[in-house]
Design a protein around this ligand. Structure first.
Ligand code: SAM
Length: 314
């Protein structure tokens, strides 16, 4: 299997900036083909709530966005989504949401247990943000086996350009270590072209991922979200326009494939939102191997606006 352990920092920086893009994509595709294989894995995404106590500066469902129209699915609705996912042939349910204060650990534990007992052969993935180690253990014991928690940025200073001081870089990183230690298949990742991001930040992200070796890595372009502090922001260095942002995202996917060869890497909804004509086949050619389809009810899909123009994954 091809590995990228031989890449120096300057080689990674050159690839990030677009040198030898075809060579990079070919290497990443070969790595995928020889390692995991090129069969695309499908997941059913269920957006369970857009209430969030956090105030990530980039996110459309941040607590401070008083214009957001809020919803939370009840247990029956979530089980309906699972049924839809099963009918569509998806083997994994991904339950994602904001950090909703009303979701007590007991409620979540009960939800996961019910899904697990109704669909014992399906995998339950959670993406519900930062929790205590004890809570992560309880959800694991209830039947969840994967957890997606993007690290967002591996550079402490950059973290606080994207998040308020009330949030904690150290805690996010500790959550990731805890998840791995508990035995979850753990997912990390970051946005591409996020505010103030530089190529050196991306290099640090890639070195972090290489070192942490997560089981899943989610990378997608940053997209403006109305009514947020970054609603009009453009990262003129990394992503001056949509096309540049999409190309850089594909190059990062390829580098992640080479640095974390066994990771499942989705072609994200954000990538398809910004790259309107991009196909899954093109994403596979750069090393991606997962696609998530949104099986949430239509009125929930409309309200889970973490960024503008979100595609429903079709
Ligand atoms: N609350 C959970 C968490 O914090 O991990 C999961 C939900 S959160 C909305 C999922 C991901 O959406 C974040 O990790 C972030 O990278 C991404 N996201 C949020 N706002 C975005 C934006 N404006 N553009 C692109 N991705 C965004």
């Amino acid at each position: 299997m091809t590995t990228a352990g031989m890449f120096t920092d300057s080689e990674i920086l050159e690839y990030l900036q677009g040198s030898n893009e075809k060579e990079l994509f070919d290497k990443a595709y070969r790595c995928l083909a020889e390692g995991l294989g090129t069969t695309v894995l499908y997941r059913g995404l269920i957006e369970i709530s857009n209430y969030c106590r956090n105030n990530c500066l980039y996110c459309g469902i941040r607590a401070g966005n008083t214009s957001a129209s809020r919803y939370r699915l009840d247990k029956k609705e979530i089980l309906g989504c699972c049924k839809r996912a099963v009918e569509s042939g998806y083997g994994t349910f991904v339950l994602q949401g904001g950090e909703d204060n009303r979701h007590s650990i007991e409620w979540l534990e009960n939800l996961v247990k019910t899904i697990h007992s109704e669909y014992p052969n399906h995998t339950i993935t959670l993406s519900l943000g930062e929790k205590s180690k004890d809570d992560y253990i309880r959800l694991y014991e209830a039947g969840a086996r994967r957890y997606l928690l993007r690290h967002e940025t591996a550079t402490r200073q950059h973290y606080y350009q994207l998040h308020p001081d009330s949030m904690s870089f150290e805690n996010r990183m500790e959550c990731l270590r805890n998840l791995k230690e508990i035995g979850y298949e753990t997912g990390a990742g970051m946005m591409i072209g996020s505010p103030y991001q530089t190529y050196n930040h991306l290099l640090s992200d890639l070195r972090f991922l290489e070192n942490f070796q997560p089981d899943m890595v989610g990378v997608g372009p940053f997209i403006n979200a109305d009514n947020t502090p970054f609603s009009d922001y453009t990262n003129t260095l990394l992503a001056p326009d949509d096309e540049a942002s999409v190309r850089l995202t594909l190059r990062v996917i390829a580098l992640v494939r080479l640095l974390v060869p066994k990771a499942n890497i989705p072609a994200t909804t954000a990538l398809f939102t910004l790259g309107k004509s991009i196909t899954m086949d093109e994403c596979v050619k750069t090393g991606a191997n997962v696609r998530m389809f949104n099986v949430s009810p239509e009125n929930a899909k409309e309200k889970y606006n973490i960024y503008n123009g979100k595609s429903d994954g079709k």
